[in-house]
Design a protein around this ligand. Structure first.
Ligand SMILES: C[C@@]1(CC(=O)O)C2=NC(=C\c3[nH]c(c(CCC(=O)O)c3CC(=O)O)Cc3[nH]c(c(CC(=O)O)c3CCC(=O)O)/C=C3\N/C(=C\2)[C@@H](CCC(=O)O)[C@]3(C)CC(=O)O)/[C@H]1CCC(=O)O
Ligand SMILES: NC(=O)c1ccc[n+]([C@@H]2O[C@H](COP(=O)([O-])OP(=O)(O)OC[C@H]3O[C@@H](n4cnc5c(N)ncnc54)[C@H](O)[C@@H]3O)[C@@H](O)[C@H]2O)c1
Length: 318
């Protein structure tokens, strides 16, 4: 029996070429994981903020004689952070080679129960040793400023509510990452308009949640329809329009758009108002707003008609 010939190769350039040498940028879910931070200086303060913002628990090891004021604040005074931080006022415990920590229970094991290790200390030798210990236990580790001792790098970050953006130069120029981030921040403010991109993302998130409540299916045909509907909404409404999604408009959009099937209604048909104007710098921009007077008028009219009808029914007939 003769074998079938292999299928012909796809035409060249049908798929993007692989550009080697990058990093895999991910949104790491650290919620309730335990992160060890070694060091209490300015860099540790930044690391502490970043991991707390990802809802992690933190063990921080550093002598209290040399703590950055922000670290002090988070450990002892910040009502949003203190309960998440376990602080040890000492140096990291390096087990002596003759008494491996696993066999000598009298020595502290600073890596016990740790999911991620971040070191930010002014002692390169100790940093390298901590990396080796963590590496043996396959705990992902970042040693600030020592790329060969990093399983992952930090980047320069923008945060606006649920929106996070990270700039990485893959070790080429961390200061440049910070400069590029600042430039992007300016552009993003323009892009987000009066609401801001974070608020727009928040509102779309709230709509998706309500839609999921109405159509909780996962993986089935309803789920597919729900995804197509969200894609069409995001493609046909501008960012400014999505930023106007308030409670009233969300319910109306779901009642009249989703429940009745068919196409996604336009922003204008949902009571939205679109205008082109100039912002304070004189640039021409698109504005979107909701005509609440229309919502209110419709609500009041419907309410009045209903009460009238109820009164008529309750009125004794003669
Ligand atoms: C982005 C940022 C995030 C953060 O750390 O939070 C970050 N470094 C920042 C600032 C910064 N770091 C340094 C300077 C002095 C200027 C200079 O040296 O150029 C400045 C500028 C400043 O302080 O203003 C010194 C430095 N950093 C590294 C080395 C080692 C080497 O290059 O070999 C040396 C030289 C040590 C030496 O010479 O002795 C290595 C790393 N630094 C990284 C991240 C990772 C790569 C990220 C990327 O490439 O994009 C990586 C690989 C590992 C890591 O640490 O995760 C943060 C800006 C945050 C912000 O402002 O938004
Ligand atoms: N990646 C970055 O963004 C970046 C930027 C600047 C500096 N750095 C590097 O990060 C490191 C820390 O920078 P910094 O400005 O926060 O330093 P720092 O000198 O202000 O703080 C060092 C901290 O580490 C503590 N420490 C020292 N040895 C320790 C040990 N064995 N166990 C526990 N704690 C210990 C000190 O008590 C102090 O709190 C330095 O190596 C610096 O070169 C990184």
């Amino acid at each position: 029996m003769t074998e079938l010939p292999p299928p012909p190769p796809p035409p060249r350039l049908a798929f993007p070429p692989i550009e080697y040498g990058g990093s895999l940028l991910l949104a790491w879910q650290l919620r309730n994981k335990r992160v060890l931070i070694v060091g209490g200086g300015e860099v540790a303060a930044g690391r502490l903020r970043s991991v707390l913002e990802a809802d992690a628990f933190v063990t921080l090891i550093a002598p209290s004689s040399n703590l950055h004021p922000e670290v002090r604040f988070r450990v002892w005074s910040d009502p949003r952070a203190t309960s998440r931080i376990t602080y040890h006022d000492r140096n990291f415990h390096l087990p002596s080679p003759s008494s491996p920590v696993v066999e000598d229970s009298s020595e502290p094991d600073d890596l016990e129960g740790i999911d991620v290790v971040l070191t930010a200390i002014d002692d390169v030798e100790t940093s390298r040793k901590i990396y080796e210990l963590a590496h043996e236990r396959r705990i992902p580790t970042n040693v600030a400023d020592i790329p060969p001792s990093c399983d992952f790098y930090f980047g320069s970050q923008i945060r606006s509510g649920p929106l996070q953006i990270m700039v990485s130069t893959n070790g080429k120029g961390p200061k440049l990452a910070s400069i590029i981030r600042k430039r992007l921040e300016g552009r993003l403010e323009e892009l987000g308009g009066k609401r801001g991109l974070g608020e727009i993302v928040e509102r779309v998130g709230a709509l998706r949640e309500r839609l999921r409540e109405r159509a909780p299916d996962v993986g089935g045909s309803l789920g597919k329809r729900r995804m197509r509907w969200m894609i069409e909404l995001c493609d046909t409404w501008s960012l400014e329009e999505l930023g106007e999604l308030d409670d009233v408009m969300m319910e109306r959009l779901l009642d009249e758009g989703w429940e009745k099937g068919g196409k996604v209604p336009s922003f204008l048909s949902m009571g939205g108002v679109r205008a082109v104007g100039r912002d304070w710098t004189g640039r021409i921009v698109e504005w979107a707003s909701v005509d609440h007077a229309v919502h209110l008028a419709v609500g009041v009219t419907v309410g009045a008609v209903v009460s009238f009808a109820v009164c008529r029914r309750l009125m004794p007939t003669t």
